[in-house]
Design a protein around this ligand. Structure first.
Ligand SMILES: [Zn+2]
Ligand SMILES: [Zn+2]
Length: 631
């Protein structure tokens, strides 16, 4: 990094951020770059789009703005972006409150955090520059100074759309300090900051009885009321409610549906008319995005309440369910782990995958489709094609399960359980079995789950366990073969040569003696039996393989051991069957001889250098697989 250059850039930016001038100067800036005067929704939309968009392989759009922090809920994100897109064009929808509804720990608050932190960063850049009347408690748009009468001409000539009027404080200042000389009114560049209460606000409901509306819209200023005498004097009022400070940016309304009706009424006026009713003043214009979040239960109660009908119409609801893709769930855990006490602990391979499988299983709804188990559904959702189902079936499955993802185990729960297990045992490495044990033990303390759910969850734990057993066996057996891929390829080629000779009724040539020999029936059968091909079906299977080879050849492609899903499975099983005894004996013997010891060390070594194990978990998986094979 070139420090001097970076420091210069930093100073340039700070200088730009400290810009101050008159309204006349600002007007010039705005004419050149009308974007500085855009409204809040458009600003957020531009911010999201500026980070870039990618198209995923299933045709969904992925917004970089969210993609580092949020995984697997593309549909919700798309709805949110659509909302900002329409609102940016000043369509009616901008007058609605964005309500995110979903389960605990599902990403609702992360979305809001990203928008807030994003705005803070964006308004510090040139593209996101914002200017305000200096000293205005609501940092309002300086163009509000322009009288209504002149606005149509200004819009026509300079393309500047002006909406809203001066707040009482600015009106007072203009009349009394500048005597109507608009061009002299001071303007400054501002950067949004939640901490300094500029452009970003958060309203947290407390006890409904004691909560004061002034937290939302400001109130009488006790320090100046004595001087100015009357409450309707703007100097006697503090425009410092969350809605005031969030003007031009975003206000997060936490648990909106829990608050008293009088608060909701304020929101209703804001959303319908873009006005805040404050103290003894006439309506004050405000331009801001209101985002709230809630859970499904509260939302249902809200919808069921007749009194809330008017507000219901003013809401855009976006469901934010849990992620349902194992590979995305892993990314969520990785993100959470980086922020947790587990940062320095070794996580054995497959640990997060197995925990993810459990968590996703708890969120899936059973399908009515014949032959569709939850595990198959889990694989399909994760992008894997399985025997009878393909990716094209995913949409249908999703439509069948509208509520899917609205309950189940949260990522937070999984990470907390893993942390607990570690703190207690003071270990340096955590493996999939530890993880499943921690998750299982936690179910007893999980107060919000019912007895039936607990039973169901326990089943999922054993399903995840089975999944791990298979993976662990493969992992160890693979590590036993010096080059797994090569062994598989050799076995496949040998099989194919024999199949070809068998189907064409020809002979093979012995590579050493050069003698002509018959196809090796025993070898072929030993592979085919691995996937249950009967004596009667063997000819059809072999012919099918030959057809596949020639059809690939026509396209200029070669057949390898991954070209045919079932044959691949057969080859792997055969390889493992051949290895099984060696692995079994080597891994489970209590007193290994010299040769066995050498083999074990070699395998541990390979697990560590090639597969991401540490010394502890490499030895653990060997022991574990040894016990599995001896069952
Ligand atoms: Zn103002
Ligand atoms: Zn380890």
């Amino acid at each position: 990094m070139d420090l001097v250059k970076r420091l210069e850039e930093y100073r340039d930016r700070e200088r730009a951020l400290a810009w101050e001038g008159t309204f006349a100067q600002y007007f010039e800036i705005a004419c050149k770059r009308p974007k500085v005067a855009r409204l809040s929704h458009e600003r957020i939309y531009d911010m999201i789009m500026e980070a870039g968009v990618e198209t995923t392989r299933n045709g969904e759009l992925r917004y970089n703005f969210f993609s580092q922090e949020i995984f697997g809920i593309e549909k919700a994100l798309q709805q949110i972006v659509d909302y900002f897109h329409s609102a940016a064009q000043r369509l009616e929808v901008r007058k609605r409150i964005l309500l995110l509804m979903g389960p605990v720990g599902g990403g609702k608050s992360t979305i809001v955090q990203l928008l807030k932190r994003g705005l803070e960063a964006y308004t510090r850049t040139e593209a996101g520059a914002v200017y305000a009347i200096k000293g205005c408690p609501m940092h309002e748009e300086p163009l509000h100074l322009i009288p209504q009468e002149l606005r149509p001409d200004i819009e026509k000539e300079f393309g500047l759309y002006i909406e809203g009027d001066l707040c009482p404080r600015c009106r007072y200042m203009l009349d009394n300090e500048y005597h109507g000389r608009i061009e002299d009114v001071p303007v400054q560049r501002i950067a949004f900051s939640e901490k300094y209460r500029v452009g970003i606000g958060t309203f947290t409901p407390s006890d409904p009885k004691s909560q004061d509306i002034s937290e939302l819209v400001g109130g009488i200023d006790l320090s100046t009321i004595g001087e100015v005498g009357v409450e309707s004097d703007p100097r006697a009022y503090r425009f410092d409610g969350e809605l005031n400070v969030a003007n031009r940016g975003l206000m997060e309304f936490i648990e909106m549906l829990k608050v008293d009706e009088k608060f909701l009424y304020v929101l209703l006026t804001l959303s319908q008319e873009q006005n805040i009713k404050t103290g003894r003043f006439s309506m004050i214009y405000a331009d801001e995005v209101v985002v709230s979040h809630t859970n499904e239960h509260e939302y249902q109660a809200f919808v069921g309440n007749k009194k809330s009908e008017a507000l219901q119409d003013r809401i855009i609801l976006v469901k934010v369910p849990y992620n349902l893709r194992v590979s995305d769930e892993i990314k969520i855990y990785e993100k959470l782990l980086k922020q947790s006490a587990l940062r320095n602990v070794h996580i054995a391979p497959y640990t997060l995958r197995i925990a993810s499988i459990f968590a996703v299983l708890t969120r899936l709804e059973p399908s009515k489709k014949a032959g569709m188990s939850l595990m198959k559904k889990l694989r399909l959702y994760d992008g894997e094609d399985i025997e009878d189902f393909k990716q094209k079936d995913v949409r249908e499955l999703q439509e069948e399960a509208q509520r899917e993802g609205m309950d189940g185990i949260s990522p937070r729960y999984v990470i907390n359980r893993l942390s607990n297990a570690l703190v207690r045992q003071n270990v340096t490495c955590i493996n999939p079995i530890d993880a499943l044990r921690a998750l299982r033990d936690g179910l007893d303390q999980h107060t919000s789950i019912t007895r039936e759910e607990r039973e169901r969850y326990l089943n999922f734990i054993s399903e995840a366990r089975k999944e791990y057993d298979e993976l662990a066996k493969k992992e160890v057996q693979r590590a036993f073969v010096y080059s797994y891929e090569e062994a598989a390829r050799t076995l496949l080629n040998n099989y194919l040569d024999n199949v070809e000779a068998y189907c064409n009724k020809t002979k093979l040539r012995d590579p050493i003696t050069d003698e002509e020999i018959d196809p090796d029936e025993q070898l072929m059968r030993s592979i085919e039996e691995q996937i249950g091909i009967t004596e009667n079906a063997k000819r059809a299977f072999r012919e099918e393989i030959l057809i596949r080879i020639s059809s690939l050849a026509r396209k200029g492609l070669t057949f390898d051991y991954t070209s045919h899903e079932r044959l691949k499975e057969a080859i792997e099983k055969k390889l493992f069957a051949d290895l099984r005894d060696v692995v079994k004996i080597t891994t489970s013997t209590r007193t290994p001889d010299k040769e066995q010891l050498r083999k074990i060390n070699e395998v541990v070594d390979r697990l560590m250098t090639e597969h991401g194990y540490c010394h502890v978990c490499a030895n653990e998986i060997l022991r574990y697989v040894g016990s599995l094979l001896n069952r």
